[in-house]
Design a binder for this molecule. Sequence first.
Ligand SMILES: O=C(O)C1=C[C@@H](OP(=O)(O)O)[C@@H](O)[C@H](O)C1
Ligand SMILES: C=C(OP(=O)(O)O)C(=O)O
Length: 417
Amino acid sequence: MSKHALVSFTGNTEIHTEITLTGSKSECNRALIISASSKGAVKVENMSIAADSVTLERILNQISTATPHQQTVDVGPAGTAMRFLTAYLPTLPGQFLLTGTERMKQRPIGILTEALKAVGADISYAEKEGFPPLNIQGPLKQTAATVKIKGDISSQYISALLMIAPSLEQGLTLQIEGELTSLPYVNMTLNMLEEAGISHSWDGQNISIKPQPFKPATLVVEPDWSAASYWYSIACLASKAEISLPYLKEKSLQGDSRIRSIMTAFGVKTATTAEGITLSSTDKNFDEEVLDLKDCPDLAQTIIVCAAALKQNLAFTGLETLKIKETDRVKALQNELAKIGVTLNEDNLIYTLNCENLHFPERVIFGTYEDHRMAMAFAPLSLLIKEVVLEEMDVVEKSYPDFWKDLEKAGFTVTVI
Ligand SMILES: O=C(O)C1=C[C@@H](OP(=O)(O)O)[C@@H](O)[C@H](O)C1
Ligand SMILES: C=C(OP(=O)(O)O)C(=O)O
């Protein structure tokens, strides 16, 4: 039986708390692949407890390069792990079936697999052309060192290729076609590779990495800024807030640290302290009418739900990639915002909120669509709605397993129903 979370907040919504967030799953998943590629020269510190990272670590520890039999590698719902392993497994001697949840089988991978095949990888589709599960036969015998790849569907394809590039006999040049989406994630990959001794060149379109050895290094995973975004939302919707988030740094490899500047307009002030950062509530001042979220797609749900609750008819661009994430996030947002009378309408790739009929019923049950970010983006509405139910509460495990515990620490009541 699936469990749901009933979240409420009794009395005056003043929040004073300190929350230590787990490590970024994006940074952690890169650190794990880089460490495996370096054959142990690169160590990982402050591992994330995100289920997706735990899964990737377990897989990397379990796969064997000594067995002639096919090994099934199941990433569950972990998209980044799926994309990174699609590139990493072909570099190993072995035969693999790389698979995941039913939703994973609907998340496209063809752009990455075709690029890998062009470089010499032996990969075929076990079910539907262009989608997982994949049959992979390694080790890759390199046939080309330059490959074209579309940049506007998922940056994870590019990060996946960049991380195997230094281990390829001829290195790799990626010719990026179209606009690069989720750009900060590519920068994160290149920065972490650099920390591990790997240099690159990037002329605006082509990214090249020569064959080169990893140097001994320790990659320290920073706390998760995407997880921090839910605390920004809470600080914004509470009547008063002072929320400390230790170890978070303003200058981060994570593009989602942009939540800090976006949330100034939403009335959340961020102070840098010796320990990390502290969020406090201040006056709201919406000046920008259109927010482009192409660089930070994982913030979209947090920001859109928060704007809706504040009755701000903001417009958003850069939401195209949301359709292929854990769920079709635009559709999921449209369905669930309707429960508080808000619509999210698309016109020419501009999405606009209409909050004219915003209302807060006494009790709202929000669906979560196997998507951790749906649960975490809607939970803060319990500061405005007496009873908020988030279905399938375990979805948060994917990136932020302590989410419910942390809400309780901050004064929310979370009942499992
Ligand atoms: O590389 C990464 O760690 C990620 C890149 C982004 O995906 P896209 O590049 O597909 O937008 C982001 O949504 C995902 O949660 C993590
Ligand atoms: C899109 C996400 O993850 P992934 O693509 O790694 O499944 C996410 O965490 O929001």
